[in-house]
Design a protein around this ligand. Sequence first.
Ligand code: ADP
Ligand code: AMP
Length: 265
Amino acid sequence: MHEWCIMNGGSEAETRAARSALSVLRLIAACPVITGRRASSSSRESPFSDLSDTHSPRVPSFIYRVSLMKKPQVVFVLGGPGAGKGTQCSKIVENYCYTHLSAGDLLRAERAREGSEFGQLIASHIKEGKIVPVEITINLLRKAMEETMQKDAKKFRFLIDGFPRNEDNLQGWKKDMDDKADVKFVLFFDCGNEVCINRCLERGKSSGRTDDNRESLEKRLQTYLQSTRPIIELYEKQGKVRSVDASRSVDEVFADVKAILEKED
Ligand code: ADP
Ligand code: AMP
């Protein structure tokens, strides 16, 4: 695993060269004569703050991209509720250089955040198994990606779990993220409805989740079948879906996941 990280993150010499280049570029950015504007106080601009954000200083954003020379690489992880997306993502993170971002976890954290203006809305959507408006989800995802890469530029591979869940999600991604990240493929955990429901009911004994009960689960499953399956089919037509039979044991599923990741690399 370690070698895999170094290979993909660049050698020490490359890192040193990138740092030197970054220092030079920062000097240029700080020079008002060259940039034609006041220097930014921040030396760690986001790769995501670009021309669509009129308040963002443009030069450091560009410089940051050049210094990274890596666009975020994204694998969308989809499947029914309880298909084992979270379980498999944890195993991937243990074995490969990926950061796991779960749309559901991010929404639950935002729901719990004191002072969040969306707390109530998120809570009611989750309980009803409905899909939260994309602007909220995309902002949380973008912020999480940005923070991850600002902490460690080598962490540019993301598993985005539970997204895109419907057409609204897909359009939101196209509008805001298409030019900022590359979607490599969709990892699809294919699992029968009954197995999904039983796993979630079992999880509900200890998860404390407001939606791991039969009533919410039936709604979540409907949302999955009506809204998410068509998105998976759409990606299927583009040849971008890598399916795994997720009804088997955790280890059997992971053996297939490993084979997929190693083939895709
Ligand atoms: P998801 O993220 O798709 O909602 P989880 O990964 O949280 O699903 O898994 C749902 C529940 O099922 C959890 O309690 C988990 O421990 C269990 N689980 C996950 N994968 C399997 C599997 N392959 N076989 C049996 N149980 C599983
Ligand atoms: P999960 O943790 O993936 O099972 O998601 C739990 C709930 O969070 C879902 O039933 C939705 O209400 C909400 N949610 C998760 N992902 C998304 C998303 N991509 N867009 C909107 N809402 C979502």
